[in-house]
Design a protein around this ligand. Structure first.
Ligand SMILES: Nc1ncnc2c1ncn2[C@@H]1O[C@H](COP(=O)(O)OP(=O)(O)O)[C@@H](O)[C@H]1O
Ligand SMILES: [Mg+2]
Length: 246
């Protein structure tokens, strides 16, 4: 396993338990989907996998060891694990040029040769190199999500955690971004953890699927089996609530 949640429980300081006994992992180069209704705890689980929050019980492991706490080790972790958020409008600072936005993880991790890496990342997501000199508002939603993906892959991470990366996009754009993620998986061997409501995206991108219901894993396994012949009543309900699958 490259990234693993082991019997993870979590509650925010202010509230009730959000995650309870969650265990799942992803092996290098593979992809896992996290699905479940709104408020199931998917985003919280990603925050724990990113080390932004610590589990209340259980552990999150990266390459078999608990997530690092020291500054240097945390930098090394960031070098390997990057993220893309849902909303390409709020996730990009409107006052900064794209070059600076995409270079942000490079700075955080300690790279000094930003320019060639920013160009390579923009090229990899299908944006023209001159996008670097422009501002986020000059781009469409799909292009902004490409900028966010360029930012995530600029450090050439091993693992990408994506939280509903296509749910704010229209159907055509959605398909293009899913294709891009599939291409990045294939060409870079990226390990992917994808949170998505879009079961078509899940079916096309993810080897395995984990179903969360109110903070608990109710079903997990190969995506074909989970979506094709779900054993759990909640999973069946979730699939039935999606208008249609490909
Ligand atoms: N920062 C927070 N403080 C307190 N409660 C939170 C916070 N973020 C999320 N929650 C609560 O945790 C639960 C799970 O939320 P979330 O992880 O965002 O679910 P999902 O991504 O599956 O919709 C919800 O009940 C939500 O209200
Ligand atoms: Mg969420």
């Amino acid at each position: 396993m490259i990234l693993e949640a082991r019997d993870v429980g979590f509650r925010y300081p202010s509230g009730a338990p959000v995650l309870d006994g969650v265990s799942f992992g992803v092996t290098p180069g593979r992809s896992v989907a996290l699905v479940g209704e709104s408020a199931a705890g998917k985003t919280t689980l990603l925050r724990l996998l990113l080390g932004l929050r610590r589990p209340t019980s259980g552990a999150v492991l990266f390459q078999g060891a608990p997530l690092p706490t020291g500054h240097r080790a945390a930098r090394e972790f960031r070098r390997h694990v990057q993220t893309v958020f849902q909303d390409p409008y709020s996730s990009l600072d409107p006052r900064q040029k794209v070059s600076r936005i995409v270079a942000e993880p490079l700075r955080a991790v300690g790279f000094t040769d930003h320019e060639p890496r920013v160009s390579a990342a923009l090229d990899a997501v299908g944006l023209p190199v001159d996008a670097a000199d422009r501002y986020p508002h000059e781009f469409s939603g799909g292009q902004r999500q490409r900028i966010a993906i360029a930012r995530a892959i600029a450090v050439e991470p091993t693992v990408l955690l994506a939280d509903e990366p296509v749910s704010a996009l229209d159907v055509t754009t959605k398909v293009r971004i899913i294709d891009l993620l599939a291409e990045l998986r294939a060409t870079r061997g990226l390990t992917l953890v994808l949170v998505s409501h879009d079961l078509a995206a899940v079916a096309s991108l993810c080897d395995e699927t984990v179903v969360l219901e109110r903070g608990r894993v109710v079903e997990q396994g190969p995506t074909g089996a989970v979506l094709g012949s779900p054993r759990d009543a909640y999973t069946r309900k979730l699939i039935a609530s999606i208008p249609r699958l490909p």
